[in-house]
Design a protein around this ligand. Structure first.
Ligand code: ADE
Ligand code: ZN
Length: 330
């Protein structure tokens, strides 16, 4: 039995496995520029974040109907459950779909067809986090928040993703203020490829409660001290960091140093179909590469539930935390 954990950094579009991509392409009459799944997998060699994003956005062409989004999310939830994920807070990128003529309603309703019954079907509780694309305009983000208003009962938080460098958090001050006024929680990617100053800006200007990635905080000791003092959760994604070359290899990953510094880290999968593993795979791989002991692994699992947006169901959080403490490593 795998260690129980929450996944807090997972792009649902990044769970599109090659088999499903081809199945959806056939169903929707979309031609992919790859002969087969092997040829597609050969394209999974990335130089940096942008080279990944180019493929990530291109493959979204196969996602067209509610059923497509339902199938995508159902496949993820089944895989996550098998790896011990008990709670998943799932990102989606509506602008990337709306730009292709797929409305917000299709995306949210489709995802909800899988997320709604997920606790029953998979034993995984869920929340949805709507991301703004930081390489699009602030006006586009505001229009996206507006389009989401009929669906706010299904959306827990807003996030900020896509190409980081050159797109500082402050660009999105207004939409984050509007989201907070609507009762939405706030997170943002920062310090993946961008500088430590983007982490500070996400906290101070956007008012985020968690930082997604946050890796580059390690370049700024004063920032580390602040993140420790304020117990700001960082959703670290080890296999993603290797595949997108933020770190050279897993043995060089700063996660152990981050934990030693007292940072509240969690381990997540980001875009598991592209980066070689789901939540359990990430924890296993980084644990092995860095020699993390049972105490550290339990701490990471505990952090994942503590950092999750379960304020509306503290009983459930307590139950998950009890499962973590009772877990016996095999
Ligand atoms: N969108 C999907 N995955 C992402 C990542 N790792 N960083 C930024 N934007 C993303
Ligand atoms: Zn991400």
């Amino acid at each position: 039995m795998p260690l129980p954990k929450a996944e807090l950094h997972l792009h649902i579009e990044g769970t599109l496995e090659p088999d499903l991509a081809f199945e959806l392409a056939a169903r929707n009459g979309v031609t992919l520029p790859y002969a087969d799944t092997d040829a597609l997998r050969e394209a999974y060699l990335f130089a940096d974040l942008q080279s990944f994003l180019d493929l990530y956005y291109a493959l979204m062409a196969v996602l067209r109907t509610e059923r497509d989004f339902e199938d995508l999310a159902s496949a993820y939830l089944a895989r996550a459950a098998a790896q011990g994920v008990r709670h998943a807070e799932i990102f989606f990128d509506p602008q990337a779909h709306i730009a292709r003529g797929v409305p917000m309603e299709t995306v949210v309703e489709g995802l909800w067809r899988a997320l709604g019954p997920s606790a029953e079907n998979h034993g995984v509780s869920t929340r949805l986090i709507m991301c703004f694309l930081r390489d699009e305009s602030a006006e586009s983000a505001l229009a996206t928040l507006d389009a989401a208003k009929p669906f706010l009962d299904r959306i827990t938080a807003v996030g900020l993703d896509s190409a980081e460098v050159g797109h500082p958090p402050a660009k999105f001050r207004e939409v984050y203020e509007a989201a907070a006024a609507l009762g939405l929680r706030r997170v943002a990617h920062a310090g993946e490829e961008g500088p430590p100053a983007y982490i500070t800006e996400a906290l101070d200007v956007l008012g985020v409660e968690r930082i997604d990635h946050g890796l580059r905080c390690m370049e700024d000791p004063a920032l580390v001290e602040r993140l420790v003092r304020e117990r700001v959760p960082l959703t670290v994604c080890p296999l993603s960091n290797v595949r997108l070359r933020a770190v050279a290899n897993l043995a060089d990953h700063p996660l152990a140093a981050m934990l030693d510094a007292g940072l509240m880290c969690t381990v997540n999968s980001d875009d598991p179909a592209y980066f070689g593993g789901y939540a359990g795979d990430n924890l296993d791989a980084v644990g092995l590469a860095l020699g993390l002991g049972e105490g550290r692994l339990r701490e990471l699992a505990r952090n994942s539930f503590l950092a999750s947006f379960l304020e509306d169901d503290e009983g459930l959080r307590a139950r998950y935390l009890a499962e973590v403490e009772a877990y016996e490593f095999g």
